[in-house]
Design a protein around this ligand. Structure first.
Ligand code: ADP
Length: 153
């Protein structure tokens, strides 16, 4: 089992689709093992988007990510990093395949509803960035036999 991070961006909150996005993760079979609302700080964003800090549009990304609180989620499942990334879709909502979150809810490269970790290593770092150890929960998923074959998890 892997745990990965999703950030439901201000675009999700402002558009009133938090529930729909969360529901997609739940319906896939992912287990929500952490979830909270917070305001992202300048420093958190600088680290989180360090690969974009030098881009001319970084200021816009920062303003967009601080336009309202965000919801951070820790999602657990077999191959969760890859699965969640596929559900998310391509960065640019205009290119994202219909059926993905960005493909269904976004028509923008910036206002693209959700961030999700892009590798196992990134997921570990990003979860530590936004969650304390005791904010990630370990609990039984009673319907796990309806979600996976016995040898899959
Ligand atoms: P992803 O979120 O798919 O992992 P990136 O790490 O490349 O993609 O970009 C991080 C976020 O920065 C994107 O989700 C998007 O909100 C924003 N972004 C990326 N490229 C642009 C751009 N050219 N103009 C505006 N915002 C952008």
């Amino acid at each position: 089992m892997q745990v990965t991070l999703a950030i439901l961006k201000p675009s999700a909150i402002q558009r009133g689709i938090l529930g729909e996005v969360i529901s997609r993760f739940e319906k896939k079979g992912l287990q929500i093992v952490g979830m909270k609302m917070l305001n992202l700080t300048d420093n958190q964003l600088k680290i989180h988007y360090s690969h974009l800090v030098d881009k001319p549009y970084y200021g816009r990304i920062k303003d967009s990510m601080q336009a309202s609180p965000v919801v951070v989620m820790a999602l657990k499942g077999v191959d969760a990093v890859n699965v969640v990334r596929k559900i998310t879709g391509a960065t640019n909502g205009r290119d994202a395949v219909p059926g993905t979150i960005r493909g269904d809810f976004s028509i923008s490269v910036q206002e693209n509803i959700v961030h999700t970790s892009d590798s196992i290593e990134t997921a570990e770092l990003e979860l530590k960035r936004f969650f304390e150890t005791d904010e990630i929960f370990n609990y039984s998923q009673f319907n796990i036999r309806s979600i996976y074959a016995g040898d899959e998890y």
